[in-house]
Design a protein around this ligand. Structure first.
Ligand SMILES: *Cc1c(COP(=O)(O)O)cnc(C)c1O
Length: 361
């Protein structure tokens, strides 16, 4: 088969073991999965309430413009509806941007380690991925700006960064954006935006007004708890959105996702509760790390990367035997770490106990 040469060396995304499989293999009755930064508190109860009251005709195509969701987003952020591109998860927005801007002869700059889809899509499009190592878990924005050349068309910034959880301050980000030429697009991936507490965090909406070459992505998969429905979006100037829209599939988001996301926006209290719970959960892990002298990055997301100075895969396996599924740092560029999604208070307590047992056995 004549697939593009650059694809032959790519490996497809390897999903983690399912809870059912793990239950069977280790004879467990309960599994706590804290591997993919899903919301441990689920999603707004208003969504199930709506579906109990309302039926949906599955024979009809979704609204390709996702008008109701789009208007709800525009109202929430006081933006023009034409400033949104709505994707099948923000993963798809990443893919659309890559398809629209990247090709052989072009390059794209990104930190490393970070969310792997930026590089993955760059390779598929035949573009060069220029990876700039993190410094202390944070973007080296100075170095990233220095790497820009005449072939650069796209730069990825992930804040809070997955898997380190580090955020970028307003001052640092503005300084960086000032250095980027206007013909280079900067994508700011804010998948964990709703969890950020830092007072010197930037306001992405105000950045959009200053920088016409900026596109901000957010998602309903993390704090909104709708990962199963696949809805994410990008925000930028109407001109920028119009220039990439032709790449989007006509019916890329589905009926259930559009409705659920729209209802989710009407329940900001749910997000507020999750943000508070997450903050308390992070404190449980910080206390645990401090007690055991483990190093970690203070996180602005709903996950924490902890360096155990032991093989991540070994710790992953040991936790799995006890019914906890987390992410080994081996695959994330931090071989002696684990990335753990912040769970409910009780889940965090249990996993911390399990880790203490494993570390002393
Ligand atoms: C989870 C995640 C995404 C993708 O989320 P979708 O489910 O596709 O919306 C994008 N970026 C980062 C950094 C993530 O962690």
């Amino acid at each position: 088969m004549n697939v593009k040469a650059q694809i032959t060396n790519l490996v497809p995304y390897k999903p983690g073991r399912s809870s059912e499989e793990v239950k069977k293999e280790f004879g467990l009755s309960e599994i706590v999965k804290l591997a993919s930064n899903e919301n441990p508190f689920g999603y707004s109860p208003k969504i199930d309430a709506w579906f109990k009251e309302n039926g949906i005709n599955h024979a009809i195509y979704p609204d390709g413009y996702a008008a109701n969701l789009r208007y709800a987003l525009a109202e929430k952020y006081s933006l023009n509806p034409e400033q949104f591109i709505i994707g099948n998860g923000s993963d798809e927005v990443i893919q659309i941007v890559s398809r629209a801007l990247l090709e052989k002869g072009k390059n794209t700059i990104m930190p490393v380690p970070t969310f792997p889809q930026y590089k993955h899509n760059a390779i598929i499009e035949g573009a060069e991925a220029i990876e700039v190592p993190l410094v202390n878990g944070a973007h080296d924005l100075k170095k990233m700006a220095e790497m820009i050349d005449e072939n650069t068309s796209l730069i990825w910034v992930c804040s809070p960064n997955n898997p380190t959880g580090t955020y970028i301050s307003d001052q640092k980000l503005r300084h960086f954006l000032d250095l980027v030429p206007e013909h280079v697009l900067v994508v700011l991936d804010e998948a964990y935006y709703e969890y950020v507490e830092a007072v010197d965090y930037y306001d992405a909406l105000s950045l959009l007004r200053t920088y016409p070459n900026l596109l901000v992505t957010r998602t309903f998969s993390k704090a909104y708890g709708l990962a199963g429905f696949r809805v994410g979006y990008g925000m930028a100037s109407p001109e920028l959105i119009a220039s990439i829209e032709p790449v989007r599939e006509p019916f890329n988001t589905n009926v259930l996702g559009q409705i659920s996301a729209e209802i989710a926006l009407s329940d900001p209290e749910f997000i507020e509760v999750c943000r508070k719970e997450n903050k308390e959960g992070l404190k449980q892990y910080y206390a645990f790390c401090d007690e055991l002298g483990l190093s970690y990055y203070p996180s602005s997301g709903n996950f924490i990367l902890i360096d155990f100075k032991k093989d991540g895969d070994y710790l992953f396996e040991e936790l799995m035997k006890k019914g906890f599924i987390v992410r080994s740092g081996q695959a994330l560029g931090f071989p002696t770490s684990l990335r753990i999604t912040i769970g409910s208070k009780a889940q965090n307590e249990k996993i911390i106990q399990a880790l203490k047992t494993i570390l002393t056995q």
